[in-house]
Design a protein. Structure first.
Lengths: 292, 292
């Protein structure tokens, strides 16, 4: 609720009060998690790095065999949703599912996708205030392994999110807020909703693509680091190297760049590299979204 | 539609026309595929092996950290659904999701589940007619690997079904109707919606638990085979052994026991063991559901 007004979502072309926004129980997004999504931040009324999110949404749909499922007017739907809710600082989620099809698992080539634009108010943080997170992250290594690329394409961001949910369930009763999963070989992969970075010998390191989601914030952070003259390496790393690192942080669209206070029993924390990257990220947001 | 009447589903305690049956777009079943389900057959007005399906549904919910999500009156809801639709030969699906929770990935311990009972008419086949499938299965080995147990518990039947969908998508343009997935080590695992069996040297063999869904029809078939004095072995097998087998078949609740006509280029087919098991399965259905 914003000042007594109900948030409206955009469902299949129509704005509708959040509490009334529904999909068919036969929607394949519900029956099978057969859909793609993106989570974005809106700063100053602009969807930050939307071109990149839209491209990844298309790639996910391609991976799901429904290359043309993202509607051509998706940008208009997003604009309408933000305008209707009067939101300029917001969380935004776009979901595109395979919609309702006859009751067989094998997808039909003709797709009438279900498209949902979700929004909610989310204050900026960053240079203009406090970050969206309350404190640096407390991270635990969990037993749940990251689903391998050979089973579900690592680059696809889909409604099949139980892997991350099971990872987070392992945190019950533990004072932690992110779960670090390893790949099936035991190398560090990613958090349930975040990519992980660490600083060792002055270089920035992060698990390589193929075993992690190609996070938009991950990619942006790598570019900012390279532009700042830092050495950036991607590879496969034991969790112990992150524990022993000089600095470590998580990235995702909502958190932006969030230092890791501890990983298991080991205190890690941010530092000068993390701080410089956070400042560079804030400047990028400022330049792109506030014309500053 | 049955004689002009619309099928009704049972959604959160209410019977509702299929076309009007919806869930919130904020339901975690939709956002994340965060739910459990079962597919059953109804013969003669009785849900075949419902006790086993209900037990597995509970085990899946336990694996998802919502042990008590299956409502106590689930049997009544199913009975009401069958009665309202006047169906005695039917397909039945029961879904239990984590419902709507505040917008975080980490599940809240308090669960108000969403419970959907789906039905549709499905004639019996078996001893009383033709099987539900038109012909023995044409199976292709696919590249998509079965999600390992370490990433998602193999015993859990969840709304995260993209693994099987991606496997089926590989069949596009190929004249096949089931996709055989291997595990990450390259051993035969299971079909997108079926378990696989083969007969070699007179013994019945099937991939072991841990890399396959513990199918109710798989379990029943093993019991029937043992009761008939057959040697049954579970293990890890190369796909080539199935290609070279004397007989091979698939099992699932809808298909029951379905011979494999071919696997890739190799013709396999049913035979005396498959035939005897199919007859025993039909007799079990007869005894349990028709009091015959």
């Amino acid at each position: 609720m914003r000042g007594g007004l109900t948030i409206q979502y955009h469902v299949d072309g129509e704005l509708i009060d959040r509490g009334e926004a529904t999909v068919s129980v036969d929607d394949r997004g519900f029956r099978y998690g057969d859909g793609a999504f993106e989570t974005c931040r809106v700063y100053g009324g602009r969807v930050f790095l939307w071109d990149r999110h839209r491209s990844r949404l298309r790639r996910t749909c391609e991976a799901l065999g429904m290359a043309d499922a993202v509607p051509e007017d998706i940008d208009d739907r997003i604009d309408e949703t933000l305008a209707a809710n009067g939101l300029s600082e917001a969380y935004l989620r776009v979901s595109v599912t395979r919609g309702v099809q006859p009751g067989k698992l094998t997808p039909d080539e003709r797709v009438d996708p279900t498209v949902v634009v979700y929004v909610d108010s989310l204050q900026r943080g960053g240079t203009a205030g406090d970050p969206v997170w309350d404190a640096p992250a407390a991270v635990e290594r969990v037993r749940t392994r990251r689903v391998p690329d050979a089973a579900l394409p690592a680059g696809a961001k889909t409604h099949n999110y139980l892997n991350g949910i099971l990872a987070r369930l392992e945190l019950r009763g533990r004072d932690a807020d992110e779960a670090l999963m390893c790949d099936t070989d035991g190398c560090a992969a990613e958090g349930a909703t975040s990519n992980v970075f660490f600083v060792e010998d002055g270089a920035l390191r992060t698990p390589e693509l193929g075993s992690v989601l190609p996070g938009i914030t991950r990619e942006t952070t790598i570019e900012l680091a390279e532009r700042a003259g830092l050495t950036v390496e991607t590879g496969r790393y034991a969790v112990e190297r992150i524990c022993d690192a000089d600095e470590a942080f998580l990235t995702n669209t909502t958190w932006e760049i969030r230092p890791i206070a501890r990983l298991g029993e080991r205190e890690v924390g941010g530092g000068p590299v993390t701080g410089a990257l956070r400042a560079a990220y804030d400047e990028l947001v400022e330049r792109r979204c506030y014309g500053g």
